[in-house]
Design a protein around this ligand. Structure first.
Ligand code: ZN
Length: 147
């Protein structure tokens, strides 16, 4: 059983209160905007890719605690990774938030604190918005929506 208190674990509250990498990147090589119409979450993702490495990644935007915390943790997790590592992490995160609630959660460090959204289908889009926007930025799309 997961209740809302579990969903809003301390780590999520902390990243919502003090989001990491919450700023624009003036000389970004990639950029995309994401919107989750179900909740009203909006974010702009900035990325600086140097060769095959994500040298810098940051975001701006407004949304619920889950969407903001997820974007904050994602930027922390992606910084310094190769593009192929980042894509693999996207797949693992996506699997974690969409698999049935009775399955064991893969250890993805802080990102695992978001596994509780599996019990709240509406919240899955909040948690995955940043990741879909990251993927769109990588593919050079300008906009993405979780719908
Ligand atoms: Zn939301």
């Amino acid at each position: 059983m997961t209740d809302l208190n579990d969903l809003y674990q301390e780590v999520i509250l902390d990243h919502n209160r003090c989001p990491r990498n919450f700023h624009a990147i003036a000389d970004a090589t990639h950029r995309a905007e994401g919107y989750n119409p179900l909740c009203g979450d909006r974010l702009t993702l900035y990325m600086k890719v140097d060769g095959d490495v994500i040298a810098d990644v940051a975001f701006e935007g407004a949304g619920c605690a889950i969407s903001k915390a997820s974007a904050s943790m994602m930027t922390d997790a992606l910084k310094g990774r190769s593009v192929s590592e980042a894509r693999a992490l996207f797949d693992r995160f996506h699997r974690m938030v969409t698999m049935p609630p009775d399955r064991a959660v893969e250890d993805l460090g802080k990102l695992s604190s978001l596994a509780g959204v599996r019990d709240f289908p509406v919240r899955i889009k909040c948690a995955s918005l940043a990741w879909h926007t990251f993927k769109a930025a990588l593919e050079h799309e300008q906009r993405t929506s979780t719908e």
